[in-house]
Design a protein around this ligand. Structure first.
Ligand SMILES: [Zn+2]
Length: 221
């Protein structure tokens, strides 16, 4: 029997269940992937396009190669597969990508405003501000390219007028990135009632970014 990558597909299914339980997605919005390096090729384990989450099963987690040709499963891979692949190609350190349309992060994306560094954990775990990628139509090469540019070496990025993308060395890290982005975005909105969140001083951000780089295995600057 040929390889079905069931373990990796179950991991992606569990990640889908977590973003649904956390209220970060609705309908069939958002998507999840992880990469697998095999001796022959790199593969993408990715959610199928357009399947409502209340009907989502293991059969809706597909495996494709990096040309998006099918390896396991018969569904249509996520329409944002190009974006996921662009991140994997640009970031060898990244092995998982989670994309959601969570409400507070989407509010920043709609306003085209970055989630500024206002909490210590944000810089240590996400690498700094969550920047806004230039606009690109959904599923386009253009959006994928803008996403990679705005992401840089950080762990999360906003897609203008669209949503948020979190990345990590595994699915837990990528999930943590979208969850934390959502929480910091919510905190910034609530802080506005209290006079506005105060951005961390630049020297604090630099120190915390050094910690982020160390924790994530980047070479010191
Ligand atoms: Zn989306």
């Amino acid at each position: 029997m040929s390889e079905t990558y069931e373990t990796e597909r179950r991991e992606v299914l569990r990640a889908v269940e977590r973003i649904v339980a956390a209220g970060l997605v609705a309908g069939s919005s958002g998507n999840v992937s992880r990469r697998i390096a095999t001796p022959d090729a790199e593969l993408l384990v990715v959610t199928a396009s357009g399947v409502p989450y209340h009907r989502f099963t293991l059969d809706d987690v597909l495996v494709v190669d990096f040309d998006i040709d099918p390896v396991v499963g018969e569904g249509v891979p996520s329409s944002e597969s190009l974006l996921h692949l662009a991140v994997y190609r640009a970031r060898p350190d990244v092995s998982a990508v989670v994309h959601t349309h969570s409400v507070y992060a989407s509010a920043f994306a709609a306003a085209a405003r970055p989630v500024l560094p206002v909490l210590d954990e944000q810089v240590v775990l996400l690498g700094g501000a969550v920047e806004v990628a230039e606009y690109g139509p959904s599923a386009s090469e253009e959006l994928a390219a803008h996403c990679v540019t705005a992401l840089g070496e950080r762990a999360a990025v906003l897609l203008r007028s669209h949503g948020v993308v979190g990345v990590g060395r595994d699915l837990d890290e990528a999930l943590a990135a979208v969850e934390l982005t959502e929480r910091v975005a919510q905190v910034q909105v609530l802080s506005a009632v209290l006079g506005g969140a105060q951005e961390l001083p630049a020297d604090v951000v630099r120190t915390e970014q050094a910690v982020y780089r160390m924790l994530h295995g980047f070479a010191p600057q």
